[in-house]
Design a protein around this ligand. Structure first.
Ligand SMILES: Cc1cc2nc3c(=O)[nH]c(=O)nc-3n(C[C@H](O)[C@H](O)[C@H](O)COP(=O)(O)OP(=O)(O)OC[C@H]3O[C@@H](n4cnc5c(N)ncnc54)[C@H](O)[C@@H]3O)c2cc1C
Ligand SMILES: Cc1ncc(C[n+]2csc(CCOP(=O)(O)OP(=O)(O)O)c2C)c(N)n1
Ligand SMILES: [Mg+2]
Length: 612
């Protein structure tokens, strides 16, 4: 039923076509029934095989919600050393698996029952798909005998998720569980990562089969495209880089997924090339590095977008030229040659034509490329030119601006950055606060900003942060959410409380669906249709969950509140009552050229001075 999807080019065969059954069996703690000299043979139920295989894949936590069609699996869970985090809505389970995966670099796992449980996962799956995050979603399905009869809580979840999974499977036999789960993990994490769904019928969970983890090893599918140091493309790329006068590295999420941060840094430092980051690439190249330009694109700083527009060579490292990044394609970086280093061939020439394409894992590609590049000796006039253009805009640096009695979200982000020394994992929701976080929290570490970029899913932050905190219990984790998005998944406060997570939550409360209000202000004559937002008292809402909270309306109160949250053991919520009609600047109107930015007004409401 599943096929390779869209531009995610990794593909697998369907579970039904797989060779039947693991013939020999590996050891299992509970049910060894027969033994041969070579292999201990273990007969388990499909449910037990599910957990045993997950355990074999290194899974120690899953995020889920039970129901009839997945009940045999839940019944068997007690026999396995796997933590189950009970969510309050299955969307939360998918986001938690996603946050877990982004924070740890491992595959996140979520579990749901058939029908409504499975459909509730869909937004979370699509979120992971659009941002290439490896998660495995297990759903219960009605018994194979009644499949297709509109049985109770039957939906065709593989059909529904076909366009938003990298691959999906229906498993109707206990014999196929182990190999399918193992294949799902391989597909989720290999090549371009993404979500994989495995739908297991109730009878497959209940039936028994031989289990042998080692024998159920999936075959690698398409071989990874190989990059050779002497290949024409590598030599061409090296030549372009050597000759470029105004090069810019575009560092994307693929750099972090590849673990190629050190290689990108070597390239930048050796050749004195400034680095612009996508939203999802932030942290991969340290914000504090002198060659770091910051975020490019719709809400990127003016100097970043100008540098891209003026450059003569763009070196795209694991980024996909999203429309939020390029603005109008017709006018995008008109003088620049483009080197596109990308693991998914479907991304090459999709949006921006590449002069040289290096198809493969970024780290491997750079390892092949770097030996061809001798260090640049002289000072880079180009870097100095960009540095000079930064000066005009440096007023965005709000550190030294006096407190004028208003509380702006930018203050909150800056003070949060200061209080956490930039070392926290920040998980944002979607909207204005997300962009202010990207602008004002300086990320120096990869995987320290977790945010929904491609789908832009409101409601992502709280559950994804729960997943991140469980992945990295020793890290300080902050949710940064708007008053709108926070309400979409606020039910997961109960999950944070039940799991006793030391999680900090900053609600940036501007009384509006702020990003939409901003568009209405700029493009719809301030017709604030359906964007003013009445919210519950978030502190009381937290307290109703047994969670401590406090409200902040003045800048002087920001740091003390953040520090109180840091000291408190357990979840803590701060309701930041910020300026209501503040806007994110600069902004490139959708479809405009990258340099056609809406700049801050002359007499800005915000704390920044003009930066013409
Ligand atoms: C309100 C809002 C505003 C936004 N504004 C901006 C903005 O101003 N600027 C901005 O940048 N973004 C913005 N975004 C985010 C934007 O929509 C995209 O999500 C983002 O630009 C994508 O970044 P990316 O291409 O680095 O990551 P992804 O979309 O995750 O793409 C990663 C790429 O890397 C490739 N890859 C993966 N693994 C490897 C590997 N091992 N080796 C090589 N390649 C690999 C993948 O195949 C993929 O093509 C905004 C989003 C929202 C919701
Ligand atoms: C699930 C979902 N519905 C609608 C949108 C469209 N949308 C994007 S930003 C935004 C407003 C977000 O408001 P809020 O959470 O208060 O954050 P703010 O922009 O005010 O910081 C909306 C409605 C979305 N991204 N996701
Ligand atoms: Mg808001």
């Amino acid at each position: 039923m599943g096929t390779a999807k869209k531009s995610h080019s990794q593909s697998t065969s369907h579970a039904g076509a797989m060779a039947a059954a693991a013939s020999t069996a590996g050891a299992h703690p509970t049910k060894t029934t027969t033994e041969s000299a070579a292999h201990p043979t273990t007969r388990l139920t499909g449910s037990e095989i599910l957990w045993a295989t997950l355990e074999g894949e290194g899974v120690d936590v899953v995020f889920g919600y039970p129901g009839g069609a997945i009940l045999p699996a839940y019944d068997a869970l007690r026999k396995f050393p796997i933590r189950h985090v009970l969510v309050r809505h299955e969307q939360g389970a998918a986001h938690m698996a996603d946050g877990y995966a982004r924070a740890s670099g491992k595959v996140g796992v979520c579990v749901a029952t058939s029908g409504p449980g499975a459909t509730n996962l869909v937004t979370g799956i699509a979120t992971a798909m659009l941002d290439s995050v490896p998660i495995v979603c297990i759903t219960g399905q009605v018994s194979s005998k009644v499949l297709g009869t509109d049985a109770f809580q039957e939906v065709d979840i593989t059909g529904i998720t076909l366009p938003v999974t990298k691959h999906n499977y229906v498993v109707t036999r206990a014999e196929d569980v182990a190999q399918t789960i193992r294949e799902a993990f391989l597909v989720a994490k290999s090549g371009r990562p993404g979500p994989v769904l495995v739908d297991i019928t109730k009878d497959a969970q209940q039936a028994s089969a031989e289990f042998d983890f080692a024998a159920a090893v999936p075959k690698p599918h398409r071989p990874h495209p190989m990059l050779k140091t002497e290949s024409a493309a590598i030599l061409q790329a090296a030549e372009l880089i050597r000759n470029a006068k105004k090069p810019v590295i575009l560092a994307g999420h693929g750099m972090i997924e590849s673990g190629a941060e050190a290689e990108v840094r070597t390239l930048a430092e050796r050749m004195r090339i400034p680095v612009a980051s996508t939203l999802l690439g932030l942290g991969g190249f340290p914000a504090s590095h002198p060659l770091s330009l910051g975020m490019m694109g719709m809400h990127g700083e003016a100097w970043v977008n100008h540098a891209i527009q003026q450059s003569d060579l763009l070196i795209a490292c694991g980024m996909r030229f999203d429309d939020r990044v390029t603005g109008s394609l017709a006018t995008y970086a008109p003088n620049a040659k483009k080197i596109h280093i990308e693991v998914d061939p479907a991304e090459i020439n999709k949006n921006v034509k590449a002069d040289v394409a290096l198809i493969g894992d970024l780290k491997e590609a750079l390892e092949a490329l770097l030996p061809h590049l001798a260090p640049r000796e002289s000072e880079s006039a180009w870097v100095n030119e960009i540095e000079a253009s930064k000066g005009e805009c440096a007023v965005r640096d709000i550190r030294n601006l006096p407190d004028n009695g208003h509380l702006y979200a930018a203050h909150v982000m800056h003070d949060l950055w200061k209080a956490t020394q930039g070392k926290a994992i920040v998980v944002t929701d979607v909207g204005q606060h997300q962009m202010w976080e990207a602008q004002y929290y300086k990320h120096d570490e990869p995987r320290s900003l977790i945010t929904s970029g491609g789908l832009g899913t409101m409601g992502f932050a709280l559950p994804a942060a729960i997943g991140a905190k469980i992945a990295c219990p020793d890290k300080e984790v902050w949710v940064v959410a708007g008053d709108g998005g926070f309400q979409m998944t606020a039910a997961e406060l109960a999950t944070a409380a039940q799991e006793e997570l030391d999680l900090n939550i900053a609600v940036i409360n501007n009384g509006y669906l702020g990003m939409v209000r901003q568009w209405q202000e700029f493009f719809y004559e301030k017709n604030y249709q359906s964007t003013p937002l009445l919210s519950p008292d978030f502190v009381k809402l937290a307290e109703a969950h047994g969670i401590r909270g406090t409200a902040v309306a003045k800048r002087s109160e920001v740091l003390p509140a953040v520090q109180e949250a840091q000291k408190h053991k357990g979840p803590f919520l701060i309701n930041f009552m910020v300026e209501k009609e503040d806007s994110v600047y600069p902004m490139i109107p959708a479809g405009s050229a990258l340099h056609e930015m809406i700049r801050r007004p002359e007499n800005p409401l915000v704390e920044t001075a003009s930066d013409s």
